[in-house]
Design a protein around this ligand. Structure first.
Ligand code: HPA
Ligand code: ZN
Length: 339
């Protein structure tokens, strides 16, 4: 019997490193929270919400993403959102998650920073106890907002240092280069936060260079357009900077509309530490397993390539050295058929 790669993917122990918790808001929950909180939505039902998810660009998506957030108001809302995602991850054999959140998307509309953080972190704690899922929380700055606003948000993170592991940069990329945030990243690094940033999703390869040189990131989120610059590809390989690739996001945001043309294989061939992630699964049509299945199918990836991608997620994670070693041992016993 031939090897069943889909079954192998489904059962594989996984880690997710690029996931916006606000992007897990399913239409059903959006309707439910709108009702619970008395928020009016421009949609009558779940089908209408789903129909609206046709994106020509990153900005088209972001407009809907920020509008969707309007239903999230209380600590319980943030708990429910996060716990629903983690329950799903448990069903998908996900052992470790590194989750982005966008506090400015909430503080700008009057929801307190602590309300957001308290809700998300209690769900993370519960999932660790119930499911054994480990996690790291990464606070993103919205790059279309000012440096001052980023510094204000950073002050909150310093107050809550024990619960926030890293800082990231997301939202509208074009016209908002990483260098706009050099100073706040420097302050955050000095305070002990791990830096990552979205770069090279829609923005040019020079933004990836800036993320490395000016922000001194430890991982690049997306990074697809780095491939346009061979010297940069070599640098990313030499410096072992992982890339968090999001296939269904790339497809839906027209970064790579046809997954059979996705540059993932080129990235693997160039010895880049690439990982598979879901980005905003509710908006892009699939969670972590769906992303693995979609890209493995489109590129006819063999078992070895899937293993590399699966293992890379643990290697590229911010787990402690000891936890990473244990996670990799578990991964290897699954691969050897013992798991
Ligand atoms: N890119 C930039 N900003 C985002 C994304 C993304 O894919 N998802 C949520 N915010
Ligand atoms: Zn993202």
């Amino acid at each position: 019997m031939s090897f069943d790669i889909d079954a192998f993917i489904r059962g594989m122990p996984k880690a997710e490193l690029h996931l916006h918790i606000e992007g897990t808001l399913e239409p059903e929950m959006m309707m439910g929270l709108a009702k619970r909180n008395g928020v009016s939505l421009p949609y009558q039902n779940v089908e209408e919400i789903r129909k609206a998810y046709q994106f020509g660009s990153l900005q088209d998506f972001l407009d809907l993403y920020y509008a969707g957030m309007s239903v999230l108001k209380t600590e319980r809302d943030f708990f429910d959102l996060t716990y629903a995602y983690l329950t799903r991850m448990h069903q998908e054999h996900t052992r470790h998650v590194e989750i982005f959140f966008d506090p400015q998307g909430h503080t700008e509309r009057g929801v307190a920073f602590d309300t957001v953080l308290d809700g998300i972190s209690s769900a993370l704690e519960k999932a660790q106890i119930e499911f054994g899922i480990t996690s790291r929380l990464i606070m993103c700055f919205l790059r279309h907002l000012s440096e001052d606003s980023a510094f204000e948000t950073f002050d909150h993170a310093c107050r809550c240092k024990s619960r926030i592991f890293g800082i990231g940069l997301d939202s509208s990329e074009k016209g908002h280069p990483p260098s706009k945030f050099s100073r706040v990243y420097k302050a955050a690094r000095e305070a002990g936060f791990y830096p990552v940033a979205h770069a090279g999703e829609e923005g040019p390869p020079s933004y990836v260079c800036e993320a490395l040189d000016d922000l001194k990131v430890k991982r690049i989120d997306h990074g697809n357009r780095a491939l346009e610059n061979p010297a940069l590809v070599k640098r990313i390989a030499d410096e072992k900077i992982p890339l968090t690739i999001c296939p269904l996001s790339n497809k839906r945001l027209q970064v790579c509309p046809d997954l059979t043309q996705h540059p993932l294989r080129k990235m693997l061939d160039a010895d880049l530490i690439v990982t598979i992630n879901s980005d905003d699964p509710s908006y892009f049509g699939g969670y972590l397993t769906d992303n693995f299945l979609a890209i493995a199918g489109a590129l006819s990836l063999d078992r070895k390539a899937v293993e590399t991608l699966g293992r890379n997620a643990f290697i590229a994670s911010f787990l402690s050295a000891q936890d990473k070693q244990k996670a990799l041992e578990d991964f290897d016993s699954y691969v050897k058929g013992l798991g």
